[in-house]
Design a protein. Sequence first.
Length: 145
Amino acid sequence: MANPHPNTSGLKPTQWKPGESGNPGGRRKRVLSDRYAELMESVLPEELRKPLKLPVGALWGDAIALVSARTALKSTEVGVSQRKEIADRIEGKSAQRFELATPEGGFEIKVSFEMPVRKRGEKTIETPIDVERLPGEADEGSSES
């Protein structure tokens, strides 16, 4: 619940003029990520393409996907890790579950996130959690039987 009496004494009432941005430089650039994205969409050099037996015009992304898939076939720890990475990329990360407990006589908290972790840039609709009412309880004034 939001604070009904927030202390605003430290805030300046006219810190920015109407229409003026509080962040004129904008969001920081993702220089390295942008370079990787450009590289993945560029054509793979012939000396790397031929040994992998990829078609002419194959991209860096094609080569990396192929090498990742080949690595996933290994029955080593690296292969297992690569299979998990591929599954996470295709299906999204699996649901995360956490359990916290105290010694005897204490309390127990169980938190379960049933929705998979979001992929970067993926939009989701946030559903608010009603902490005033337990799940299954009827609203006051409703006529549930």
